[in-house]
Each structure stands twice: as structure tokens, then as C-alpha cells.
Design a protein around this ligand. Structure first.
Ligand code: ZN
Length: 161
């Protein structure tokens, strides 16, 4: 993906207030990230461990989403599969929940999915990060990237519906 700036990321949030989008913690090392290996930018908030975010370009538009993770204890020891990149993980999958955009979110509606807890899906499907399991798929890297982006688009679609 093309490198993003802090300003672009903050302006792209669809499911939180402008104030929250301006205060939340964006990665400090944006210029040093391995952008050529990323299909989307996902990160955990270093100052609020239950918070996670991602930004992805869909149909030429950058969309960013805020997420909250459920308590670590419930998933930590379990092996599970990320619903975005479909990579099996050992103790590294979290149930992340996004408030829905607009009125639905204000009424408390949310969308949840199991995701790689560090949101480094792009690095797992490229073998750049070890997921601790032996698992081989017949899909090519391009096919895995397409599937990842399709799953992200579906998730964002539910958040913004
Ligand atoms: Zn993943």
C-alpha cells in the first residue's frame, strides 16, 4: 500500500467522533513501516491495550476503523483462525469489536470478528512474521492478499452499513 501520513489516517476514521480521531494514538514510526508488504495498516494502541485500529484503502478511499478487544484471558491460550487473513494462530487471535458508524453506533450496535491480535495479517500471509503453526495453503500470495482485502471490505461494509 502507499505510505500514509498521520493526517490522512486521522481524517479517515468512520466510526468515532472527530475528537476521538484526533486524540487516538497513531503509530509513531509511520515513515519506517514496511509499506510495500502491507495491504492495510493495523495497530494496537500502546497506551490503551484494549484498543486497536486499522486503515485500509477500499475502492480508492481510505477508511479507518476503531476497535476494542475483549479480555485477553478468554482467547489467550486458544488456537484460532483470523477471519481476515485466515491464518491459524496460537494464542494470537483476539475478538475485536468495532462500534458501527453513525446512529447505529450511538445506539450501541457493533460488529465483531476474530483477528490477528497485532493486526499484522499482511506480514503473516507473506511469511514475514511467524505465526507459530505449521500450516500451508495452496493459495498464492496474490490470492491471499485478495482474500484479505475482500474480508476487510466485508467487515468495513458491516461497520458503515
Ligand atoms: Zn490476520
Amino acid at each position: 500500500m502507499k505510505p500514509l501520513t498521520e493526517k490522512e489516517i486521522r481524517a479517515a476514521f468512520v466510526n468515532c467522533s472527530k475528537g476521538e480521531a484526533s486524540r487516538l494514538n497513531v503509530p509513531r514510526d509511520l515513515p519506517e513501516l514496511p509499506w510495500e508488504d502491507l495491504d492495510f495498516l493495523g495497530w494496537r494502541d500502546p497506551q490503551a491495550p484494549d484498543r486497536a485500529y486499522f486503515a485500509v484503502e477500499l475502492d480508492g478511499r481510505l477508511v479507518a476503523v476503531t476497535l476494542r478487544s475483549t479480555a485477553a484471558a478468554s482467547w489467550q491460550a486458544r488456537r484460532s483462525i483470523c477471519s481476515l487473513c485466515v491464518t491459524p494462530q496460537t494464542g494470537n487471535v483476539a475478538l475485536l469489536v468495532a462500534p458501527r458508524a453513525g446512529q447505529a453506533g450511538k445506539q450501541g450496535n457493533s460488529v465483531g470478528a476474530y483477528m490477528c491480535a497485532d493486526l499484522a495479517c499482511s506480514l503473516y500471509i507473506r511469511g514475514r512474521k511467524d505465526n507459530g503453526t505449521r500450516f500451508h495453503e495452496s493459495l498464492t500470495e496474490e490470492e491471499k492478499v485478495a482474500r484479505l482485502l475482500g474480508n476487510l471490505a466485508e467487515f468495513v461494509g458491516k461497520v458503515t452499513a
